[in-house]
Ligand binder design. Sequence first.
Ligand SMILES: CC(C)(COP(=O)(O)OP(=O)(O)OC[C@H]1O[C@@H](n2cnc3c(N)ncnc32)[C@H](O)[C@@H]1OP(=O)(O)O)[C@@H](O)C(=O)NCCC(=O)NCCS
Length: 334
Amino acid sequence: MNLRRARITSLGCYVPERVVTNVELEKIVNTSDEWIRTRTGIRERRYVAPGTPTSEIAFKASLQCLERRGIGPEEIDLIVVATVTPDMLFPATACLVQHKLKATRAWGFDISAACSGFTYALTVGAEFVRTGAHAKVLVVGADVMTSIIDFQDRTTCVLFGDGAGAVLLEPSDDDTGILDCLHEVDGSGGCFLNMPAGGSARPASAETVEKRLHFIKQDGAHVFKYAVRKMADVSKQIVERNGFTSDQVDLLLAHQANVRIVDAAQQRLGLPDSKVVKNIDRYGNTTAATIPLAMATALDEGRLKKGDLVVLASVGAGFTVGAVLLRWSGVNWQ
Ligand SMILES: CC(C)(COP(=O)(O)OP(=O)(O)OC[C@H]1O[C@@H](n2cnc3c(N)ncnc32)[C@H](O)[C@@H]1OP(=O)(O)O)[C@@H](O)C(=O)NCCC(=O)NCCS
């Protein structure tokens, strides 16, 4: 088979206008700006207007992505949406995005890998390009976390925000593009971070609502320890198994769940601050959207140039783990 490397040729992002500061959350739960900043690195996050579904913000990010590339939606072959906050259990959010975009030729599906959703979706999308099956794949990471946040639980509600990001994958004709992908699952971690009800195990009932089981539940300390270890492990592994050294890495785009988790990966790789993107202070944890939002921050700050060696890394509920190594291809960014 004649394999073609996939590369990212465009990026679009969307964050809602409404900024919610830590001080605002002090009025809702027993917390403090100081606790949130020092334990997580978060200063503020964005919230959608109540009732805004994930497909809407995914659509906005996708539209910007296509506009920046200068192509119409009918050129898209496949739409892969990573999300844990689908509009509904079914149909897949990818179908709703396909309809909103009027991407008439595209098929699509959702990926449920929580905070690793974007790296998983990127890997899946890249394979369709690599095999030659498709030439234009839209990969979207989008979550309306406010739809599953329990505003009576201070240990989780301060951590998350809403956002969306979309990239276009196309075949590469030079040495840029996705070089390698590395993924793991450890299902024994499922009990430490989940939304217990609303699925087949515990269908919605008056009792599940009363017990607040339709919200995120997390053993923060346990997830933290796992994430610190794994994020650093996979980042290092993917660099080394491709014959590179940490010195050759130009940028680490890690999932933004807690700045201390990103710091740990940075330390393991021995990277200076200039080579690590941290924007959790502005957006909190937007789950599947953090990595494309980090790409946008890097581009805004002029820190991502054609040919740069970039590591994407994520850990999420499942547990799911992902790392992607790529040479940045350059996108239209104004
Ligand atoms: C959630 C997290 C920030 C908590 O930080 P931590 O340093 O582990 O804090 P702990 O959970 O040990 O809690 C310490 C104390 O702070 C309290 N606390 C928790 N949330 C608080 C808040 N929002 N405001 C004030 N105090 C809070 C706890 O009740 C606890 O009090 P206690 O010692 O009296 O029992 C951290 O564990 C984390 O980031 N975990 C990973 C999250 C994550 O990555 N999730 C997404 C999947 S990738």
